[in-house]
Design a binder for this molecule. Sequence first.
Ligand code: ADP
Ligand code: MG
Length: 578
Amino acid sequence: MPIRQLPAVVVNQIAAGEVVERPASVVKETIENALDAGATHIEVLVEGGGIDRIEIIDDGCGIPMEELPAAVASHATSKVSSLEDLQHIATMGFRGEALASIGSVARLEIRSRPREQDAGSVIVVDHGDTSVPTPAPCPPGTRVVISGLFGRIPARRKFLKTAQAETTRIRRVIRDCAAANPEVSWLFASGGRTLLDLSVTTPRRRLEEVLGSEMSGDMLEINDAEGDISVWGLVGRPALARPTAQHQLLCLNGRPIVDRSLRFAVREAFRGLIEPNRHPTCAIFLSVPPDRVDVNVHPAKTEVRFRDDRLVFSLVRRALEATLSKADIVPSMRRLGEGSTHKVRPATTSAQLFGARSSTGQSVSAPEARAVMASVPQTAEVPVIDAARSALQIHRMFIVTEDAEGMLIIDQHALHERVMFERLLSRISTSPLPSQRLLVPEMIDAEPQSIEALMSIGELLERLGFDVVQGGPSVLVVHAVPSLLAERRVSIGPFMTDLLDRASSLLNMADEETALRDVLDMMACKAAIKAGESLSDIELADLLRMRETVERSSNCPHGRPTTIRLTIEDLERQFGRR
Ligand code: ADP
Ligand code: MG
């Protein structure tokens, strides 16, 4: 094929592939335009998850009729004019690509009226065909309507999720922009139902509104600066950590961004305070002079490049650590095993059980030991620990004891969690778990989508001992919980919030059994003895006895080890005896 210049509409569609991925990206681009136009009120109304229709109304500066054709042309922008400008971008947009891209893959109508003019005008771009702008009635500001997104591009449309899932993404985009712009009031409605209605407020108040007001008491403020780079935000106490990173918001100069290195800085600050598979809740706002950061590295402008990335990283970590330690949340011990050469060794063979003692303290002969093992087939590989023999709890976190081979260090939480998981699993295979009614039903605020997802696994929840009903579009009412949670005094609010966060992924799991295990895993983790709890001698002995009966391998359900063994041989080597 000869080389040809591509027609403009094709060029724009190619650009759209990068900028306009789904309805949420259309909303993001148009909201950014409204913010750049200095809007103080922004409304987003969608139908069918934004696939059918998106309408964005703002009260910003508006576009004069003679500029409408340029606004929808590609590489046309009012925000930068030279290479020099690109070095210090202070606006959300600058590529002049969004409207042209959107107009190439949908029907785009822009109605606008500059504040100082008393008439407005309208322009339509229908899949690349641009109309001549004509006068039209319009309040000051701009109204953009996008309909039939990807209607003529089945290949792109195929990649969209259900209307409900797209709405969730749109809500998240608006939530993040709203968090970063508390001086703007926001309204978001889907299918006529209002999902967000936020009036102008303080940065802190706005954050509490969008992150969930139930968290407000548990959020700590961070505030730090280094030269002309500063950081401000709210961070949740460790108890607010979630199974997904959805409650982490990172903004640079008012722009929500994704940054792996900063996410890592957050993890680092929380190291030892939360489990490795959980994510702290936080909203972090960075303010960096525009010439010290490049926002032009990603078509959707969600990734950025800092000139002083190390400085930014350590500033964020320092700010978080300072706040956490001021609130007296300091890890008392760095995670064991990290960087150490001691690997978890495979469990001993039954041959090494010879000479092990029974739990009464008497020596048992080898055949006897085998008989004990045989009654619990899965434990055949687990060495018997004499519970009455010396066992010591250290730092209220680990249990140190001995077995035939040497010394065992047991993570009390991981072991208890494992024990409970196995017990719950074997129990539920025969009958539903015992349930306990709450004296006062607990009301939980949640996103309607999560509640819907949770309700669709209702049968499973019943087997587990939950009695929950939907009490309104965004309220879940809990009437009963599994007895275990009540007995172990697990706070129901945070537990249900976690469960709601997980609901849609539970729904998507291959089979019910996997989902069941996932919830059991959560229950066991929440109900288990925590690091920091001191154990009486009886509790200690109990825990070690339970270990003998249920442990199949030395891993807790999360895959972390419950036990680390130092053999006599290891010790001898360490002391130079070998
Ligand atoms: P960019 O935002 O990168 O400049 P866009 O394609 O998103 O590119 O928008 C093109 C131009 O249209 C903007 O530079 C701006 O001048 C104008 N514009 C778009 N949306 C609005 C709006 N809501 N209010 C005022 N002007 C707008
Ligand atoms: Mg733009």
